[in-house]
Design a protein around this ligand. Structure first.
Ligand SMILES: [Mg+2]
Length: 268
């Protein structure tokens, strides 16, 4: 029986200085990403050890909103285990196989974006409703896939965000607020759709998933066993979560460790 462990990375397994929390002392952190030789993402040492144990015994697929280039910076995860054969990046728009995008997959996503009128050229004019808000500092593009905003968290208004989420949702976008970023994601660029494709491709029977944000929500709902860190945006989606979805007791980087502990217990 093939078990697949599919997990979001940022704020689920790996954490920036701002999101990792105060509970862990500096010497208990392992850096996993560096930008200009400066460490930018962390796990606990125990978390990294668990990650290495898990991924050397079952298939692991990272499922991240990072672009391929941003994903490739996380070299610290794969110092002592092989880099996974597959990675879902750009929130599901791109599937990497041995580091190269599967064009058969991305072509389908592009066709769907055109059909739904949710390509970047469609979203930019609609963004005016957003960019006039004072919390928007910068509009960024993730390759040709989607747009995200860098925001001033102090000036950010949750009410305004929810109002705009509803408007954009009706036009085919999912909005997600994660720290200093707000993602405006075409609903057809979806982690679960890409993961489903991979599940069939590798004939996995069981999927264990983990993720913190609204962009992970479909994936954690549709997997067989799932985890959401208790600091995660995804736990605020209305209604009850189904019983196969667990919320961690810990927050921050310790929630990441807790998820890995529970996945490794499941495998024993
Ligand atoms: Mg995340």
């Amino acid at each position: 029986m093939t078990i697949l462990f599919a997990s979001d990375l940022d704020r689920t397994l790996i954490y920036s200085k701002n999101s990792r929390g105060q509970e862990v002392s500096v010497q208990d952190f392992a850096a996993v990403e560096w930008i200009d030789e400066k460490p930018t993402a962390f796990m606990t040492n125990r978390g990294l050890q668990l990650f290495q144990q898990i991924t050397s015994s079952i298939t692991f697929i990272p499922v991240t909103t990072r672009t391929a280039e941003q994903y490739n910076r996380i070299t610290g995860l794969f110092h002592s285990v092989e880099k996974p054969k597959y990675a879902i990046v750009a929130n599901g728009a791109v599937i990497l196989e041995d580091g190269k995008p599967l064009t058969e997959w991305s072509d389908k996503v592009i066709a769907k974006m055109q059909q739904n009128r949710t390509s970047i050229e469609h979203v930019l004019p609609q963004l005016e409703a957003f960019t006039k808000n004072e919390f928007v500092l910068k509009v960024m593009q993730a390759e040709s896939w989607f747009v995200y905003l860098i925001i001033d968290e102090q000036a950010f208004s949750v009410e305004e965000f929810e109002k705009l989420s509803q408007i954009f949702y009706e036009q085919g976008f999912t909005l997600s607020h994660q720290g200093r970023k707000v993602y405006i994601m075409p609903t057809c660029i979806n982690k679960w759709t890409a993961l489903q494709f991979m599940k069939e491709r590798i004939a996995a029977k069981t999927v264990i998933a983990a993720g913190d944000s609204m962009l992970d929500f479909d994936m954690v709902i549709n997997a067989d066993h799932s985890f959401i860190p208790s600091h995660g945006e995804a736990i605020h989606k209305g209604g009850h979560l189904p019983p196969h979805v667990s919320i961690t007791n810990q927050v921050g980087v310790l929630a990441g460790e807790e998820i890995l502990k529970k996945v490794s217990n499941y495998l024993l």
